[in-house]
Design a protein around this ligand. Structure first.
Ligand code: GLN
Length: 303
């Protein structure tokens, strides 16, 4: 079935636009397409470009939130909310109305608050080492790395995120130095992973907090369910409603063109197609997930 989806989408000429506000991402060909499905039984099904690493960008916000919940518990909700924003991922408007507290951990402002919460007085290097070892642990793959060129490219054009961070800082909502937060955040977003690694990294969200393939408990069942609910409500920014309607699963997108979708009890699906729709979510990636869930019947809204 994955091969059929890949074949059906191969000739699609409406691929969307590759993100170009991070110049390094603009160099990626929109022709790439890959899809991998990891199941709790240990199977991994793949088609297309599934071994080539891509920039996971905002998908990293799921893993950063998981770490932050581990460190701060529910205390994290003092710094960031749990409501869909209905605004673009890099929007600033809501911050003014809510005293600098971002609506949710998956918009950029919220992800900056999460990084701030993880830092707890540590230097960016130490925090990044922790993020990297966490993602390697989740995927059971020590070869995952930060693409420093992508991080540098984002930092050269950091003005929007810098304004979000300074604005939040002006409300007293960030504890650490803004440049250190931005440097850490840009590297976190610049994690390079392929579809197979990403699908495996999502397995703990499939099985109530346990990665059944490695046998490790990552978070409690309640926490896994809550992370899934946030992905469902906020994972695609102002396209979250559309994604829920078409795909019916919790999902998190990134401007590198990746999407991680979770079918509780069934599997973790990673897709990659770099062209984005107008709200910054992978155009063909969403289409592929829609085809996949129609074929399999996987949905959190039915059985
Ligand atoms: N690093 C990107 C940014 O801050 C992440 C955005 C995204 O993937 N939606 O703009």
């Amino acid at each position: 079935m994955l091969n059929n989806i890949t074949r059906d989408l191969a000739d699609h000429d409406l691929r969307g636009q590759v993100a170009d506000y991070i110049p390094q991402l603009a160099q990626v060909s929109p022709q790439h397409f890959g899809i991998s499905v990891a199941t709790p039984e240990g199977a991994l099904y793949s088609a297309g470009d599934v071994s080539q690493p891509f920039s996971i960008q905002s998908i990293s916000k799921v893993f950063a939130l998981t770490l932050a919940l581990g460190k701060r518990g529910d205390g994290i909700w003092e710094y960031v909310g749990r409501e869909p924003s209905g605004d673009p991922f890099n929007s600033i408007v809501q911050l003014e109305h809510e005293s600098g507290k971002p609506r949710n951990p998956f918009i950029n402002a919220g992800a900056l608050a999460v990084v701030d919460a993880i830092m707890m007085g540590h230097e960016p290097k130490e925090v990044l080492a922790e993020i990297l070892s966490f993602i390697r642990f989740l995927s059971d793959d020590a070869s995952i790395y930060f693409d420093h060129e992508v991080a540098a490219s984002e930092l050269e054009h950091k003005h929007r995120n810098a304004s979000l961070a300074h604005f939040m800082k002006s409300f007293g909502k960030l504890q650490h130095d803004v440049d250190k937060i931005l440097g850490t955040y840009s590297h976190q977003c610049a994690l390079a992973m392929n579809c197979e690694q990403l699908a495996r990294a999502g397995l703990f969200l499939v099985s109530d907090g346990i990665n059944q393939v490695s046998g490790s408990r990552v978070v409690s069942a309640q926490r896994a369910r809550r992370i899934n609910s946030l992905m469902m409500m906020c994972g695609h920014y102002d396209g979250s409603g559309e994604f829920a309607y078409r795909v019916g699963l919790p999902g998190k997108s990134g401007v590198g063109g990746g999407i991680l979708a979770i079918a509780p009890g069934k599997g973790s699906i990673a897709v990659w197609s770099p062209g984005l729709d107008t709200v910054g979510n992978s155009l063909l990636g969403t289409k592929a997930l829609e085809m996949f869930t129609q074929n399999t019947g996987w949905s959190v809204f039915g059985h």
